[in-house]
Design a binder for this molecule. Structure first.
Ligand code: 5GP
Ligand code: ZN
Length: 115
């Protein structure tokens, strides 16, 4: 847990967010500025700054994020239509919050070409 990290505060419920799923490893909540009808952020409960700081011991939680995403896609009704998952890393990657997260975005046809 980082004292200054907004996502750590959402995980610990010290800051409000619309949490749609939480277990002992991960928390999922709606993005404050959604870019599509479904826009959920899935984060490890443990503070990991970015993909650039991942350790081998984190592999399990990263895999878990993907199976939680699959479940949330079903819950959101976007599993059939399809969806996109994005993890921005570092400045050039467009990362603005430095607690690793996966964007789960769907409910419309994705428009933007990657890059
Ligand atoms: P990044 O740019 O790091 O990939 O994504 C950060 C995301 O976090 C952005 O989409 C932004 O809208 C979202 N965000 C930033 N601060 C908050 C917050 O306090 N609450 C929630 N729910 N989302 C946030
Ligand atoms: Zn954090």
């Amino acid at each position: 847990m980082s004292d200054t990290c907004i996502f750590c505060k959402i995980v610990s419920k010290d800051t409000k967010a619309t949490v749609v799923y939480q277990d002992e490893q991960v928390t999922a909540f709606r993005d404050l500025h959604p870019v599509a009808p479904t826009h959920i952020l899935i984060v490890p409960n443990k503070h990991i700054e970015s993909v650039g700081r991942l350790e081998v011991e984190d592999e399990q939680v990263i895999g878990h994020i993907f199976t939680v995403a699959r479940k949330l896609a079903v819950d959101e009704g976007i599993a059939e239509g399809g969806y996109r998952m994005i993890t921005n890393t570092g400045g050039d990657g467009g990362q603005t919050v430095f607690h690793l997260h996966v964007h789960l975005i769907g409910g419309q046809r994705m428009r933007h070409p990657m890059g």
